[in-house]
Design a protein around this ligand. Structure first.
Ligand SMILES: Cc1ncc(COP(=O)(O)O)c(C=O)c1O
Ligand SMILES: Nc1c(O)cccc1C(=O)C[C@H](N)C(=O)O
Length: 408
């Protein structure tokens, strides 16, 4: 087993950091299995302890007993299902620097990408024909843009370029700049404010995918003047598998056409009017019947953030990722692909390894749960709400051991 050299953080020093951690108490608000170090909250967040009781209440009382009355029952108390998407939207808004009426919650991130990109193209300057994106963007972002463009008769060109070269490609032909803020493989974080300003200076509209941002660190969409954004409910927001996603539309774009104009985004759904008239604000981007069970889980999951200082969240995230990188510095066969500059890093750390798939299999067998991502990436996500520095130490030790085993 490779020895940890003296300049690497020592366990007792990390335990001292944990003792001063202002977020340490949040761990008790999650149910995590014993013997597991969970470094995959960037794929599926852990279960918030209050969620099972909420789901039990929603199924037995709200569904089982109140039945259809729950759609509107107790709306004075703010518990009616009809308004659930709006209540959840308000909780998400705080985490992404938006106002509640600029956020819609529902559907998957992919579907929200479709809605947002349709609207973004509609408000972009007519005559511009390029959708500029990161060549390494998450597949669904690329596929949705390809599908929408085909539907629009191939009017646009989806132009994938390396993230590092974006500014060089911001010409007068660019309609929309569609980017994921934190790269799902490398964990590289783009400067949302700076890129938004560059895109605007070039006359383009921005669409951000915040899948690996929301709930991992503070995002300030309005501070940056961003136009559109989407993100996942099941990663750092801990809403559970398949949780509803969110869509941000800056107020100045609320008049943009609604591509998926469903009755739940109508100004008065139960009027059953023949023609679509949009609801106020981003609620118009809610399409069909709200997914009450999963929205309820997300609603309760978001309460975990109520007393969380987002600056402290970012500080702890950086401390955890920094610690992990320091512990694994110089380990043979591991090539760091995540930027060591903290301002360019999200809340994950990734390494290339020649046997990454097998290495991750062995790690998971030992209870250290991360991800393998093709072709050769070991990916570790760090959720500041439920991870300690001591766990990071033990996880890094397990990585060293597995890497050493595979060399033998
Ligand atoms: C950047 C990014 N966008 C979107 C998604 C997922 O979209 P959906 O929830 O529609 O599967 C993911 C992960 O699954 C992702 O990493
Ligand atoms: N969305 C996922 C799913 O439905 C099954 C398994 C994994 C996922 C993921 O979240 C993948 C993730 N977006 C990633 O960054 O790799």
């Amino acid at each position: 087993m490779t020895q940890i050299t003296p300049q690497r953080p020592a366990l007792d020093a990390l335990q001292a950091l944990d003792a001063r951690d202002p977020l340490a108490h949040k761990r008790a608000e999650f149910l995590l299995p014993p013997g597991v170090i969970y470094l995959d909250g960037n794929s599926l967040g852990a279960l918030p302890a209050a969620v099972p009781a909420r789901l039990d209440h929603v199924t037995r009382q709200e569904w089982g007993d109140a039945l259809i009355r729950s759609w509107t029952a107790n709306n004075e108390g703010g518990r009616d299902w009809m308004a659930l998407p709006d209540r959840v939207a308000a909780k998400v808004a705080r985490l992404i620097g938006a106002r509640p009426h600029e956020v819609a919650v529902g559907d998957s991130t992919s579907v929200n990408l479709f809605k947002a990109l349709s609207a973004a193209l509609a408000v972009a300057d007519a005559g511009r024909r390029v959708i500029l994106t990161d060549a390494d963007n998450f597949p669904t972002d690329l596929y949705v843009a390809q599908g929408l463009n085909a539907l629009l008769g191939g009017r646009y060109e989806l132009r994938p370029v390396p993230a590092a070269d974006l500014s060089a490609h911001l010409g007068p032909e660019v309609a929309v700049v569609m980017l994921t803020q934190v790269d799902y493989r490398t964990g590289e974080r783009l400067d949302l404010a700076a890129v938004t300003a560059q895109a605007h200076a070039a006359g383009a509209v921005t669409l951000w995918d915040l899948a690996h941002s929301a709930g991992a660190f503070e995002v300030d969409l309005n501070g940056a003047g961003a136009d559109f954004a989407v993100g996942c409910g099941y990663k750092y927001l801990n809403g559970g598998p398949g949780a509803p996603a969110f869509l941000f539309v800056a107020e100045r774009h609320h008049a943009a056409p609604v591509a998926l104009s469903g009755w739940m985004g109508h100004a008065d759904p139960f009027e059953m009017a023949r023609d679509y008239a949009p609801a106020a604000g981003a609620r118009r981007f809610v399409v069909g019947t709200p997914m009450v069970l999963s929205l309820s889980a997300l609603d309760t999951a978001l309460d975990v953030f109520a007393d969380v200082d987002l600056g402290a969240l970012r500080a702890k995230s950086l401390s955890l990722t920094e610690t992990f990188m320091a512990l694994l510095d110089g380990i043979p066969d591991l090539t760091l692909v995540t930027p060591s500059d903290p301002s360019r890093r999200g809340s994950q750390v990734s390494y290339r390894h020649p046997q990454a798939r097998e290495a991750m299999r062995r790690l998971v067998e030992r209870g250290v749960i991360g991800d393998f991502r093709t072709p050769d990436i070991l990916r570790f996500g760090f959720t500041p709400l439920y991870l300690s520095h001591a766990e990071v130490y033990h996880a890094a030790q397990a990585v060293q051991d597995v890497v050493q085993e595979l060399r033998a």
